[in-house]
Design a protein around this ligand. Sequence first.
Ligand code: NAD
Length: 285
Amino acid sequence: MSGRLLDGRAVAKAVRAEVATDAARFLAEHGRPVGLDVVLVGEDPASQVYVRNKEKAAAQAGIRGRVHRLAADTSQAALLSLLAELNADDAVDGILVQLPVPQGLDELTTTDAIDPAKDVDGLHPLNAGRLVAGRPGLRPCTPRGCMRLLEETGVALSGKRAIVIGRSNLVGKPIGQMLLAASCTVTMAHSRTVDLADRVRESDVVIAAVGRPHLVRGDWVKPGAIVIDVGINRLDDGSLAGDVDFDGAMERAAWVSPVPRGVGPMTIAMLLRNAVDAAFARRAA
Ligand code: NAD
């Protein structure tokens, strides 16, 4: 093994400590805690775990976390009415609707209804547009976490060749834009990409965000590359695997993020970061 482990759990702990300091400063300056409201519709078991983890992490950082649990058959109108209430509530700084929403609810109608100033998932088209235009705004949490992990390597990104595998609105596309903003030469790869292995072999930075266990093989990795594995895949034996062959990648890369304990903990830490950033930005507006 020649690669170094990009320890998301350790970096996330540092981010959460920074966030806790800033959340305490907000409370001292404004006389109320930062407020983060999470809306969970239905009873999807994975979503319930994610939401519980977010609630716990918020409390640990001194953020007032509140979860609104709605029945799976909640109407679109009722969901929009709750979002309108939260938008109007000055004590609410961040709003997140846990995705996916159950059938019968429209994801875009839902995320579009969140006040962009409180959109801690960075999914509102205004925030997506601000990212593309290189203007300040709330950025999606997982991509922000990936960028923080890259920063942790100390490697200068300017001029590097980066490949992002996956083009979702939540992960792949925003990471691509952030790498572009960091002056990388970015290749966006996806399910129709031809010669993916060759595109990965010429890349100094590899971000895998697909959802296919071990899609990226160790021998695809350019020696000295940085590999960030966003994928979370549940294998038949119940264990978790990323999109990258971790052991193979470690043979050649300079840095590799593991699954679990890589990007996952960074996502929650960056959600808290976004909530505190949104709180200060709203006060400054
Ligand atoms: P998605 O299903 O929306 O997008 C997957 C993308 O992968 C698509 O753009 C598709 O074109 C591409 N793709 C599919 N097959 C491919 C192939 N054979 N070769 C190249 N590209 C291919 O998924 P998503 O929401 O972007 O999530 C991606 C992965 O990241 C999933 O495993 C998800 O669980 C994980 N995820 C992790 C975190 C975290 O906090 N660690 C957060 C969000 C998502």
